[in-house]
Ligand binder design. Sequence first.
Ligand code: NAP
Length: 513
Amino acid sequence: MTYLAVPIAAKTLQEAEEQIQAAVIAGAELLELRTDYLVQLSVGLALQVIEAAKQLAPGLPIIVTCRDYQQGGTLRHTNDLRTNVLTAAVRAGADFIDVEYDNFMSVAIGSKISLALSTGKGTRLILSDHNFQTKFKNITKHYGEIANVVAGAIPKLVYSAHHINDCFDILDLMHDAKGEMIAFCMDEPGFVTRILTKKFNGLVSFASIGAKTATAPGQPTVEQMRDLYRWDSIDAQTEFYGVIGDPIAHSLSPAVHNACFAERSLNKVYVPLLIAGGQAEFNAFMDNILARPWLGFKGFSVTIPHKEYAINYVKEKGGVIDPLAERIGAANTIIINGSQLSAYNTDCVAAIDAIIAGLRIDKAGLRKMPVAVIGAGGGARAIVAGLADAEAKIKIYNRTVERAKHLASDFKCDYASLDSLHKLKEKLIVNCTSIGMHPNVDASPVDVNLLQKHMAVFDTVYTPPETLLLKHAKQTGCHIISGVDMFLKQASAQFKLFTGIAPNTETMRKALS
Ligand code: NAP
């Protein structure tokens, strides 16, 4: 079993009691009592917190930790005090104590802990090593060293992932090592390891009661793990899907896909995958995934800035490119079927459908319509392809003019730099840049004074649903189309590619609210 563990990181006994009660309500499966947070730490106070956990959370296993400041502890407690707290925890019947491996190897600490454990009531020893800087040099060797120190000890290895590609060392360890362990990566790029550990039967994954009580970077809340990432449904057979992007924290794709997986009771979970960098980093991630079919990844949604990298990668690997994605030159969906890859683009049809539904016209109504497309990235490519197919009169405006020129020459349309926006006169304005997207919600790609009443404005940005551009357009009296409509349509087509099943779009819409 992999316990969903909640750290109790309280400064006082009263705060600890409140946090324990909240953890129980949130659905914690184990409590980690981080006694190093207690401001007036003493053996007596630590024992009171342990007793409070037993009373308020009867039956929940307890790890007692008194983290060394050098390993991420909050306060500089002496080694003597920390050792005395941990040995007292053993005597009090804690299920586990967590001792830093380096500390345990010092005779003064290790011998006292070993003696307490030998006379205890079955408390188990977790030997931990945290690296807040980088990966361990040879994690497999290090795991072996720790596992061999004391029979039955559980190694805990945790490091900061600067890039998602740093995570594969720990995933290999989870898969290859046969013994028990606690293993995951900290920070946003490492988030997926906190979920995958359940597939590989790691002993615990940590989650906080609320965002403010997180004890490590990248730690999710219990609610997110349970309700958003389907924690309770994960087992060794679970298949994984994910959205690749940078930034990615704002993405609502995990919410909509997981809601539809849950509704159909599919053993599938969808996760956010932060991939910083360009083509090289994207390729390295995909190579890592394909080299490890046991991870169970079966497909990806692809967003900023990776849509063009995605199609390049699938082509390079000899995969199947859907004709529409080929025409667009960008893919927002990758399917993995054994060693076979295929790439699709669900943005194009979704965008055109959203536009014609929004304007209450049919596709023929777009013929000769003057349209300004702002942006020339992967999303813009899909929309320009759809509008060109409908024979609209397109002008592309982009910050990087070369990119606008390239896109315009692919679809035989006009282009200009963003500086030319003051001449904006088109009937339909489509924002395909990320300007205005959460968290930069106070930005708009078009000055409010350039908008005119006769215009219709479609913003592909969907977080927030009503961007500053749409607010300004509404004030001006323009017809507006929200990016949410396109988002739901493209996600729906993606879900069908992932599962072969049409999703319940009402479930998707509800998941957004
Ligand atoms: P992308 O390939 O990275 O392209 C980003 C575009 O935004 C480029 O044209 C870029 O200009 C421009 N840009 C970014 N920051 C800018 C800034 N500060 N000033 C001026 N221009 C800036 O990303 P994408 O995949 O096309 O996505 C773009 C947006 O469309 C995102 O907000 C995404 O959420 C949205 N989108 C929504 C849906 C939906 O379903 N609703 C679907 C697809 C995309 P440069 O070329 O000069 O870098």
